[in-house]
Design a protein around this ligand. Structure first.
Ligand code: GLU
Length: 297
């Protein structure tokens, strides 16, 4: 039996259907995992009900299948993983790394989003409080070598401050859930949009606090709309059109600088992905490559 050494993942939030930007992340992480006989896992990040759109999770799965992006194992739903987040939070609490914070949103905005640790050491009640991870008194400079962006450095103290692991409304933060699940799923390689680049240092810090392994990271340039905003569900990016899957895949490959031959557009999605898998060059993706989404997306 061969040992799988590379495990990648795609982790959409069900806040709307797939658009060109999310297709690019799915295609890139799929090819990056599959070209070396690895696994590609799917995780539905459905732990923020106020932001979710009914039906979006199943629509995303249908769209991935239609594009031939078939995942290994069963889909992991974060909404089924609450016990694991509670355990991780307990571990952090037992190590004295978490404290309740009663500061309101306006105060955090006034601080420019970088929390100053005012509630640290106050021993406030847990209920209806934000739980923050204490960075400690030393300056926390994190760096990592991103496979596309190169060396990335962030000073967690001056750029982020003690950050939330559980929100005031009781929901677990994206940062905590993503780290717990990347460890649980044994993810070795994370390829995702560079809109998440400045979350990565927080995630590495959390991995260190929890004694987890650190995956390799690669952040893709994000596709921008005409107003130079990231294509996102919040910015009303258009859903991928059903029936145009081959063209969508071809366009995503071209956007990822993989130079797919034009004739590929007329093939079935499986054949396009076979070509893409055997020609995949992650080195072709440059941090500075053009970021405008292609016409029509
Ligand atoms: N769920 C996140 C999103 O849809 C992505 C999380 C990740 O890839 O780490 O933006």
């Amino acid at each position: 039996m061969s040992v799988v050494t590379r495990i990648g993942r795609f982790a959409p939030s069900p806040t709307g259907p797939l658009h060109f930007g999310s297709l690019v992340s799915a295609v890139a992480s799929f090819l990056d995992s599959k070209q070396s006989a690895g696994q590609w896992l799917l995780r539905m990040e459905d732990i923020d009900p106020p932001r979710e759109v009914p039906g979006a999770a199943s629509q995303i799965l249908t769209q991935l299948e239609a594009h031939g992006l078939l995942w290994d194992k069963t889909v992991l739903y974060q909404s089924d993983r609450m016990d694991s987040y509670i355990d991780a939070l307990d571990q952090l609490k037992n190590n004295g790394l978490v404290y309740p914070c009663q500061c309101n949103r306006q105060r955090i905005v006034r601080l420019g989003g970088v929390y100053d640790g005012q509630c640290r050491g106050l021993q406030l009640q847990d209920d209806n409080a934000t739980l923050r991870l204490c960075l400690g008194d030393n300056t926390q400079i994190q760096w990592f070598d991103d496979q596309i962006m190169g060396r990335v450095e962030q000073n967690l103290h001056s750029d982020v401050g003690d950050f939330a692991v559980r929100r005031r409304d009781g929901l677990f933060s994206y940062q905590l859930a993503v780290v717990v699940d990347d460890e649980f799923q044994g993810i070795t390689h994370i390829m995702r949009g560079s809109d998440l680049l400045d979350s990565t240092s927080r995630q590495i810090f959390l991995q260190q606090c929890l004694g987890y392994r650190q995956p390799e990271y690669a952040h893709l340039p994000v596709a921008l709309n005409r107003d130079r905003q990231k294509l996102s569900k919040q910015n009303h990016a258009a859903s991928l059109v059903t029936g145009r899957e081959s063209v969508n895949l071809w366009t995503a490959l071209a956007w990822l600088q993989q130079r797919p031959p034009l004739a590929l557009q007329r093939l079935e999605v499986g054949e396009i992905l076979n070509w893409a898998r055997s020609h995949w060059q992650s080195q072709a993706i440059y941090p500075s490559m053009p970021t405008s989404a292609p016409e029509g997306y």
